[in-house]
Design a protein around this ligand. Sequence first.
Ligand code: 6PG
Length: 250
Amino acid sequence: MKQPAIQVYRDRHLLAEAAANHFVDQAHKNISRHGRFNVALSGGSTPSEMHQLLATKYADSVDWNRVDFFWGDERYVPQDHPESNYFMAKNTLLDHIDIEPSQLHGIAVDLAPDEAAKAYTRTLRDSLGDAGPSLDLVFLGMGDDGHTASLFPGTRALKDTQNWVVANLVEKLDTWRITLTAPYINQARQVTFLVAGENKAIALRKVLEGPCQPERYPSQLIKPMNGQLLWLIDLAAAGQLQILEGLILE
Ligand code: 6PG
């Protein structure tokens, strides 16, 4: 695997701007290459500002009817629940751009966890068709424990090398999650982490500069086989990195 590219931005607003530009570039590149842009959004709060920029400042920069939206993971709550990643994306981006419902490929959280995972695997196979099986771009966040998507430390999903999507019981949150597996994420053409905030700094140093211990820091599982890996981070999250001085600071 190629070394990951790491870009550091002075604050989360510049980070969001860079992430929105990255989305636009990736959309242009993939639409030119195969006529579509198959992108998996991440959950949590960090992507919100990027989404809002895409829905406003960059709304005319993307051929939205050629974009298919997927999710890297989902909380096991209804799609209109405040904790839902689908709900967050709709509020911050999807309800504000001109797309059809058929372009949204959410995770069927109304099914039992394992059934939801199987159904999403079928969704990916059916939707990506001959462009498959890999997604063009997978956005990922990282928790302050080093988790990504819903691949949490010490959970069963970390060991799954067979499936594209699994139901993952996260005991520390006492909840089920539905998540893409690391081997499936690693098939993507581009994987981009978006990480902001001082509370991520220690975990980020462990993930990027510490020993390889993916059971404890699952973000270390993300090593695209043939694709590119990019870390877009703000200065606050990068604060503990030993290699900070050599990085791009925009
Ligand atoms: C989720 C996410 C998760 C998230 C990180 C960072 O469903 O919560 O997919 O992996 O990206 O926990 O979350 P924040 O952006 O809120 O810090």
